[in-house]
Design a protein around this ligand. Structure first.
Ligand SMILES: C[S@@+](CC[C@H](N)C(=O)[O-])C[C@H]1O[C@@H](n2cnc3c(N)ncnc32)[C@H](O)[C@@H]1O
Length: 292
């Protein structure tokens, strides 16, 4: 007889995952999108997928694993799985010291370099953009730097995420004051239309951002992204294992133009992942640069 702990058991309404079910689902999620759920985070799958099992009337996580692979609804279920297992925490002007370095050092020098070369084109990639706060923040900083001259530039911020739900929300560009918790008041006044409790990003900011779905596990898709002067991928690789981190960082390296910049999250590092970039140290931020 199987031990109590190796069987799926229902405690009240709470579904428990067995070790085997956990391993199967964990490996499946990793294969599909590169998100790695560590052994000590079993509860995460239980908590986040438990409701989904109840909605589908499935009795345990083994049935759900089977459903994901063989049911006729497996593609739409995979999209739902992505929505449930991704962590989409974000805000406008997240990590102000890093963004100050971006504004004062990185963007200013990229713009100066383009001007020197007689070009007014700028491509920035926000990979793992969640509900849009990051790419819109970048667009606002560009407006701050270029002022009215912005309309004479060819600028595109390509903003991608795995979850279609967050992208739909990003395209609506409507936010509550919670999303604006680290945004300076004058920026809110300048770049949002406020209507009661809702703050809508102004059209001139939205115009610079193009949203689209991408799976960072999909190497072929990554190769098709237009080459960029700057790549933002903040607070995303933290969910990947080292192998997936290496793949994604190497794709960003290939995407960047010579001399281009990679900006990762404050708590993330390329240590043991890539030696291809030069780390530039600034107060409050390390910005990685591809050789010119
Ligand atoms: C914590 S949010 C970070 C948002 C923003 N970059 C920031 O720093 O505020 C991480 C985002 O990465 C996305 N993500 C995770 N795995 C992904 C993958 N394989 N492909 C594309 N996006 C992914 C998630 O959907 C989520 O929206």
């Amino acid at each position: 007889m199987a031990s109590l702990f190796s069987k799926t058991i229902t405690l009240g309404r709470e579904l428990k995952i067995t070790d085997e079910e956990f391993r199967n689902l964990r490996d499946f999620i990793y294969e599909q999108c590169g998100i790695y759920v560590a052994d000590n985070r079993k509860y995460l799958l239980e908590n986040r997928l438990g409701n989904r099992l109840k909605q589908l009337n499935l009795k345990d996580f083994g049935e759900y694993y089977y459903y994901l692979q063989y049911d006729s609804a497996k593609s739409s279920e995979l999209r739902k799985l992505f929505e449930v297992i991704t962590t989409n925490e974000t805000s406008f002007f997240r990590n102000p010291p890093q963004l100050k370095v971006f504004q004062d050092n990185i963007l200013s020098s990229v713009i100066a370099e383009q001007r020197k070369n007689g070009s007014k084109k700028l491509r920035i990639w926000s990979a793992g953009c969640s509900t849009g706060e990051e790419p819109y923040t970048i667009a606002m900083i560009i407006h701050e730097i270029l002022g009215p001259d912005v309309s004479s530039w060819d600028i595109r911020i390509t903003a991608n995420d795995l979850s279609e739900r967050v992208l739909e929300s990003a395209k609506r560009a409507e936010y509550s004051d919670y999303s604006l918790r680290t945004t300076p008041k004058e920026v809110v006044q300048k770049f949002f239309d406020a209507d009661g409790k809702t703050y809508t990003v102004k059209p001139e900011v939205r115009r610079l951002v193009q949203f689209g779905q991408i799976n960072l596990k999909d190497k072929a898709h990554l190769k098709r992204v237009e080459r960029s002067e700057i790549v933002f991928c903040r607070n995303v690789i933290i969910y990947f294992d080292d192998e997936m981190k290496r793949q994604v960082i190497s794709a960003f390296y290939d995407n960047l133009k010579p001399g281009g910049y990679l900006i990762i999250g404050h708590s993330e590092s390329l240590h043991n992942i890539s030696r291809a970039f030069k780390p530039n140290h600034y107060p409050g931020a390390i910005i990685y640069q591809k050789e010119a």
